[in-house]
Design a binder for this molecule. Structure first.
Ligand code: NAP
Length: 531
């Protein structure tokens, strides 16, 4: 495939209306050809107009037709793995094996949603039969979920495939029946365009209206904001920083017709290592913790960024091992110069915070790479942590903060002080869990996923996964951006009252022609008869 540097607007060629930019190789700093051209206002309008037109048809497609489309994209991605990995490696410096598995995750995700919509029960069909005898008489009511309309998706920098052009937001929005306009992340425009071309080919092959998919390029924020403000756009999916997510939420709320923004904005993912687990398994937990907070150079939204430890001998041994791992670590490459300087400012600031000690940091050397950074391990005491909300904020990169406590009451106070996070982790024995049983109850209200005796990095794409959490981890704690439940972000319930059978969607017909699970008069059933 050839990378043109152009936005993809349905099946049309974009006009080079905006300024050009290039991707950079994070390892070498080399500017990679070709030039990419930022989209302009005309292209935003064209993509939005085509998406609006396409919705009239795409929003009505059967699960089988949408499944075929998603499976076609998945197969095309698999067919182009080498090319995608090659370009993504140049643009992100992420290791090839990681990118290969991310490609598998992306196609697997598309197939998961294909399976969901082909089966069909996800529409949550409900039927309350009419009752003419009751007083007052009850009407026939039938409801199900329908798509919203055009959805704008912002590709994330840290997952050039699985959270980007054909990633989880796009897959779930398309599965629900929404056309998608992606705003590519400027850190990997070539990878974005390649995947965009594959989605465009799939649109053509499946005979879908061209506006089902567009991909707009921009080196700044104008295109993204214009898309979010465009009147035909009905929802937004975003993964990235708190500042950008919040700006998009505010822009969406200020529209004449406010729309939902599903922003996954990061989290510090607190870890509680309880005394029994520390005593019995401290060595392994320390090894796992180092791997987890430095995985992907710490550029994961599930990176464990705060570790709560008791003040005892076992903790001292645990910390010594962690310090050794940090001191012996190599350099880590960040994805972009912006992310690198954000990490450096955050770690420099942290060194000056009252009550915070830098326990270990790899010394810089002459061989340091263009976007290289060093891992860092910080420590604070309970009082300093509780006094300073900055210490609970995300530092995106290979750093973590140990917080020492000395009583059970302090553990619970620390847990209660936390804001919304994507995950919280507990390492404990049965006896620990018994002693700290209130901790689980406190943490359940703070996060989307509780991890026991494991590590938060590594987010399985499945039906039960929740990758969400109360604000500020996400804009809407009722949702997940990973797993099949992510589809529920991009649809809404519609009730049909008293409609003749022949005019109802298949999902709500008496005969249950799709054989899906439905709630009929309060009972879940796949039965066909409703009369
Ligand atoms: P970002 O700054 O949040 O940018 C993500 C996307 O949003 C980009 O396409 C960006 O466009 C756009 N954007 C940024 N500010 C915007 C605004 N005010 N209005 C409209 N669009 C806007 O994320 P990033 O570039 O990937 O990394 C920066 C920081 O984000 C990191 O240091 C880290 O703290 C955080 N981050 C978090 C996660 C996570 O999983 N939660 C993932 C990645 C990054 P432009 O780049 O063209 O401005």
């Amino acid at each position: 495939m050839k990378i043109s540097g152009q936005s993809i607007i349905g099946l049309r060629s974009a006009v080079n209306s905006g300024p050009s930019f290039r991707a950079a190789n994070p390892r070498t700093g080399e500017r990679l050809p070709p030039d990419f051209f930022s989209a302009g206002g005309g292209e935003v309008n064209l993509a939005a107009g085509l998406a609006h037109e396409a919705f009239a048809i795409y929003g009505q497609l059967s699960g089988r037709e949408k499944g075929k489309f998603l499976r076609t994209i998945a197969a095309k991605i698999e067919g182009a793995v080498d090319e995608l990995v090659e370009r993504a490696e140049q643009e992100t410096a992420l290791p090839k094996p990681r990118l290969q598995s991310e490609t598998g995750r992306t196609s697997g995700q598309l197939r998961l949603f294909a399976q969901l919509v082909e089966e069909g029960s996800w529409v949550t069909a409900r039927i309350d039969r009419a009752d003419a005898v009751s007083k007052p008489p009850k009407p026939d009511l039938r409801s199900m979920l329908h798509a919203l309309g055009p959805v704008v998706v912002f590709g994330a920098s840290n997952f050039p495939l699985a959270f980007s052009v054909a990633g989880g937001d796009t897959a779930s929005a398309l599965a629900a029946g929404n056309p998608v306009i992606v705003k590519a992340h400027p850190a990997h425009p070539g990878t974005s365009e390649l995947v965009g071309q594959l989605v465009r080919e799939s649109v053509q092959e499946c005979g879908l209206p061209e506006g089902v998919f567009s991909l707009l390029l921009d080196s700044g924020t104008a295109v993204g904001v214009a898309l979010v403000k465009h009147p035909v756009v009905k929802a937004v999916g975003f993964t990235g920083s708190h500042n950008a997510g919040r700006a998009l939420m505010d822009a969406a709320a200020a529209r004449r017709e406010p729309i939902p923004v599903f922003a996954e904005m990061g989290s510090t993912n607190p870890v509680f290592i309880l005394p029994g687990a520390l005593r019995e398994n401290g060595d392994n937990i320390s090894t796992g913790m180092y791997k987890s907070f430095t995985l992907g150079a710490g550029q994961f939204c599930t990176k464990p960024g705060i570790v709560f430890l008791p003040e005892n001998e076992d903790a001292a041994t645990f910390v010594d091992k962690l310090k050794k791992s940090v001191l012996e670590s190599g350099q880590f490459n960040m994805l972009t110069s912006g992310i690198r300087s954000a990490y450096q400012s955050a770690t420099t600031r942290r060194k000056t915070e009252t009550g915070v000690k830098l326990l270990a940091a790899r010394p810089s050397s002459a061989n340091d790479q263009e976007l290289g950074v060093d891992a860092a391990l910080f420590e604070a005491d309970t009082e300093s942590f509780l006094r300073n909300p900055e210490l609970a904020a995300e530092v995106f990169g290979p750093a973590t903060l140990i917080v020492r406590h000395s009583t059970r009451a302090q553990v619970l106070e620390l847990a209660r002080s936390l804001g919304g996070h994507l995950t919280a982790t507990i390492h404990g024995t049965d006896a620990d869990l018994h002693e700290f049983r209130d901790l689980v109850a406190i943490l359940k209200d703070k996060v989307g996923r509780l991890v026991f005796n494991g590590f938060p990095t590594g987010v399985e794409v499945s039906h039960a996964m929740v990758h969400g959490g109360p604000y500020p981890a996400t804009s809407d704690g009722r949702s997940t951006s990973v797993g099949s439940e992510a589809i529920f972000r991009f649809c809404r319930p519609v009730c049909y009252q008293g409609f003749p059978e022949a005019t109802l969607p298949d999902e709500l017909r008496d005969g249950n022609p799709l054989g899906i699970w439905r709630m009929v008069d309060g009972e879940m059933t796949r039965e066909s008869r409703t009369t």
